[in-house]
Ligand binder design. Structure first.
Ligand code: ATP
Ligand code: MG
Length: 325
């Protein structure tokens, strides 16, 4: 039987953080490395254009995502790692799919509604983001798309859009994709308690300098409870970040410390920092070494892109045949 297809993307919009790692990267790496999937992991540089108009930021973010995946253990013999823009078929399929999607349907998308609610300008790229994302998924006929909870609606859109296409041309071209969200990691809070996001800057970065990480951890927003007071771990940003690094037993121990009292926020932050620095051991060296050698990253992406494109071209050929292009 053919392997199931796994797909996942990260936008090249800034420094990677532990929300990206626990919400998406870790699952992708585990699933891809299991060898049970045909895995496509891409850097969403077309998507990033909706917000990034700085060439250097786009390029550095691209390299960082690639280097981070490798540093975190992605086995390149089991996954194709590439940039979205190496496979222009993503955009060709978007142009086709745009014709089965209505404006009111896209106006219900969270990202669009959020921008409208905040009176922010919406460019057409942002408005059409769900269709490009559907194309990302459908061009590889992905079965499984591991994402954080914030992306759930986009997967539902991709599923709808697959159906719209199949019905419009009366074909069975696209299978309906599923998301994979681990409930326990659904949304990692940032240092301000909002969703941790590259573009919000409320992050603890995976591979920033030690000073940067320390500053972020020490800046985690807490209430003003004194060290002696008992604390509810569930409403506590330090706990809600720290727990993702720990096994069940360690989580229980940490929870008990907060609940019993006598565990102040400063001590809790110091402990979290130790955990993070331990996580970075080994990984950070690999990351830094790759970042110092962009030609190597480039070669890895070239290779992944070539393989991914071969598959995307097969889908586009089928689509062209079905619709009369
Ligand atoms: P941006 O602010 O540019 O949207 P982002 O930090 O939200 O960046 P994305 O590139 O949009 O990151 O998302 C990459 C992956 O990381 C997605 O699968 C998304 O669900 C996941 N992710 C992002 N932030 C979090 C978070 N705080 N908790 C869990 N998963 C997250
Ligand atoms: Mg995002």
């Amino acid at each position: 039987m053919a392997k199931k297809v796994l797909l996942s993307g990260i936008q090249a919009t800034g420094k990677l953080h532990f929300g990206n790692y626990f919400g998406a990267m870790k699952q992708n790496i585990d699933l891809a490395n299991s060898g049970e999937y045909e895995a496509y992991i891409f850097i969403a540089d077309y998507h990033a254009l909706t917000t990034v108009k700085d060439k250097d930021l786009l390029i550095s973010s691209t390299y960082e995502i690639a280097a981070a995946y490798i540093a975190c253990g992605l086995d390149l013999t089991k996954a194709k790692l590439f940039r979205q823009s190496q496979v222009p078929e993503h955009t060709e399929l978007t142009v086709v799919l745009n014709n089965v999607v209505t404006m009111p349907y896209l106006m219900r998308a969270h990202a669009f509604k959020d921008h409208e609610a905040k009176d922010k300008e919406v460019n057409v790229g942002l408005f059409d983001y769900p269709v490009l994302m559907a194309a990302d998924i459908l061009i590889y006929k992905a079965d499984v798309v591991p994402v954080g909870a914030d992306q759930k609606q986009h997967i539902e859109y991709a599923r709808d859009i697959a159906g719209f296409y199949n019905r419009a041309w009366n074909v069975e071209e696209f299978p309906l994709p599923k998301e994979v969200i681990l409930e326990s990691v659904a949304t990692i809070p940032g240092v301000d308690g909002e969703k941790m996001s590259k573009s919000k800057g409320n992050v603890i970065s995976l591979f920033g300098s030690d000073e940067e990480v320390k500053k972020a951890v020490m800046g985690i927003v807490t209430d003003s409870a004194s060290p002696e007071e008992k604390k509810d771990p569930h409403t506590n940003n330090i706990y809600n970040i720290h727990k993702h690094f720990l096994n069940d037993e360690e989580v229980l121990l940490l929870r008990t410390k907060f609940e019993q009292g006598g565990y102040g926020y400063k001590a809790a932050k110091d402990d979290l920092l130790i955990t993070i620095m331990r996580w970075r051991e080994g990984r950070k060296e690999v990351f830094d070494e790759l970042m110092a050698n962009p030609a190597k990253i480039q070669a890895i992406l070239e290779d992944g892109g070539t393989q991914a494109r071969a598959k995307a071209q097969l889908t586009i050929q089928e689509v062209r045949g079905q619709i009369g292009l």
